[in-house]
Design a binder for this molecule. Structure first.
Ligand SMILES: [Zn+2]
Length: 110
């Protein structure tokens, strides 16, 4: 599972002409084996459906842990600089209303 994006642009002669990216969702955490409450080490699976254990401390935990990820990316519309844009490309400024209707921000924001 990763970030979900929609790209806008054209495809011609085996080249993608990227114009906009809508970042729909950003992954902000990752599931990992839990840490042992005693020694702090990552626990290992105790078998399918049997949770996790620390061999050394004999501790047990039922669930994986969600570890937060540091991300610099935000959900929203991004577009390439004007110089890289084709003339027929609709600038994001003119999509602002649409974007806001769907609850997306536009970058760079003003
Ligand atoms: Zn331990």
């Amino acid at each position: 599972m990763g970030d979900e994006v929609t790209v806008f642009g054209s495809f011609k002669r085996n080249t993608v002409n990227l114009e906009k990216i809508l970042v729909r969702s950003v992954v902000r955490s990752v599931e990992r084996n839990p840490r042992c409450p005693v020694c702090g080490k990552r626990m290992e699976s105790a078998g399918k459906g049997q949770g996790f254990r620390c061999k050394r401390c004999k501790t047990h935990k039922a669930e994986r842990e969600l570890e937060p990820l540091k991300r610099d990316l935000e959900e929203g519309f991004y577009e390439v600089p004007p110089v890289a844009r084709r003339h027929i490309s609709k600038p994001l400024v003119r999509m602002r209303e649409d974007a806001e209707k769907f609850g997306f921000k536009i970058f760079p924001s003003r």
